[in-house]
Ligand binder design. Structure first.
Ligand code: NAD
Length: 290
């Protein structure tokens, strides 16, 4: 299959490389000039899209996606499918879906979970929204780049699933970190905390798979000086998307709101920018109630 791939950053480059490795003809473009193994380089996003059966975008946010889509959609061949894997607001996903559909193209919003490790290993989870036919066309590519793809509903449903998942993740990471900080002050060893909680009702992905305490549990960014991993800035972005969506549909999300406020403070007023989102543990451990 001929595939255009736009946005060859930390996630996009390994995803595009996996498609090329599987034998697809992949032509990529990134505004910063980055490249990916086995991927031909186009001079613009429109050039990458020309003649492609599927065009995949992996971009920083909704505003950039809308701007790229306005160049790419007119360049695409009728009947081709545009697949956006970025994490963006539901509104942008639906606006780009409309643009693509009116131009006679298929559209799937397919944000991912699994981080850069999953992108490299080809083990991402895709959560997809869009028409069944468009999803079916993209599904073999999801199989190469990931281990699971769930068709969640119409356009925007993939983004809805992504921000709900990450709202849970932000809240459980903070809850896990503050429990470790409390345990420290109660004189409980971190290893004992992990041994109990990881097999008790307080367990979660944040504790069991991504433990924020160094030297405890599986290897995680905590064991690497809190180098990301999943940066606190990206968590803040996703939490803000969840709060923007909650505002738009009048949903009460108090835990999500507190998580967003805490990550905003960490990233924008303290030293959280560029650190892994689990660095919330040293932040909380260094503080008292005042
Ligand atoms: P990144 O910043 O490394 O990559 C984005 C790329 O888009 C950059 O290389 C940038 O140069 C390029 N770009 C920006 N504007 C462009 C334009 N107009 N035309 C072409 N290219 C352009 O970010 P990333 O970590 O690869 O994340 C990409 C998306 O995936 C984001 O929406 C992010 O929220 C989401 N995501 C990231 C992770 C993660 O762990 N990094 C996990 C899941 C989802």
């Amino acid at each position: 299959m001929k595939i255009g791939f736009i946005g060859l950053g930390n996630m996009g480059a390994p995803m595009a490389a996996n498609l090329a490795k599987a034998g697809h003809e992949v032509i990529g473009f990134d505004a910063a000039g980055t490249t990916a193994s086995g991927v031909a380089v186009a001079a613009s996003s429109a050039e990458a899209a020309q003649g492609a059966e599927v065009v995949i975008t992996m971009l920083p946010n909704g505003a950039i996606l809308r701007s790229v889509a306005s160049d790419v959609v007119p360049a695409m061949t009728q009947g081709a499918v545009l697949v956006d894997c970025s994490t963006v607001d539901v509104e942008s996903a639906r606006a780009v879906a409309d643009l693509a559909t009116k131009a006679g193209l298929g559209f799937v919003d397919a944000p991912v979970s699994g981080g850069t490790i999953g992108a490299e290993a080809g083990t991402l989870t895709f959560m997809a929204g869009g028409a069944q036919e468009a999803f079916d066309r993209a599904a073999p590519l999801f199989d190469i780049m990931g281990q699971k793809a769930v068709h969640c509903g119409d356009a925007g449903a993939g983004q809805a699933a992504k921000i709900c998942n990450n709202m849970i993740l932000g809240a459980t990471m903070i809850a896990t970190c503050e429990a470790f900080a409390l345990a420290d002050k109660l004189g409980l060893e971190r290893q004992k905390m992990f041994d109990v909680v990881s097999t008790s009702s307080g367990y979660s992905w944040s504790m069991n798979a991504y433990c924020p305490a160094p030297g405890v549990g599986p290897q995680s960014p905590a064991d690497n000086g809190y180098e990301p991993g999943f940066a606190a800035d990206l968590m803040l972005k996703d939490l803000r998307l969840s709060q923007q969506a909650a505002e738009a549909v009048d949903a009460d999300t108090p835990m999500g709101a507190v998580a967003a406020a805490l990550y905003a403070q960490f990233v924008e007023e303290e030293d959280g920018k560029g650190r892994d989102f689990s660095a919330m543990l040293p932040r909380l451990a260094a503080r008292g109630r005042g």
